[in-house]
Design a protein. Structure first.
Length: 84
């Protein structure tokens, strides 16, 4: 397992000032290890860096209507347009 010198030994966290100096390396490490890191400011958590997980593609709506029931634009009222 790789040693990540910018991480603290308790939970994976890093001070914001240190994060600023190593952020590009940290992005690579988070992507490679698939682990998250909490970024702190004055000892308080302010952000969490997590690996990107692509969302599954949703299928289109084609074929999703199984049965058409009535007119979707009907108001239920009868009306006639003036032919003038």
């Amino acid at each position: 397992m790789a040693t990540l010198p910018w991480l603290s030994l308790d939970m994976k966290s890093i001070a914001a000032g240190k994060f600023k100096n190593v952020c590009l390396k940290m992005l690579d490490d988070v992507a490679a290890t698939k682990s998250s890191v909490v970024i702190t400011k004055r000892g308080r958590p302010v952000a969490k860096l997590v690996p990107y997980v692509p969302q599954a593609k949703k299928g289109g709506l084609a074929g999703s209507v199984l049965k058409e029931v009535g007119d979707p634009f009907a108001t239920g009222e009868r009306w006639d347009a003036d032919a003038s």
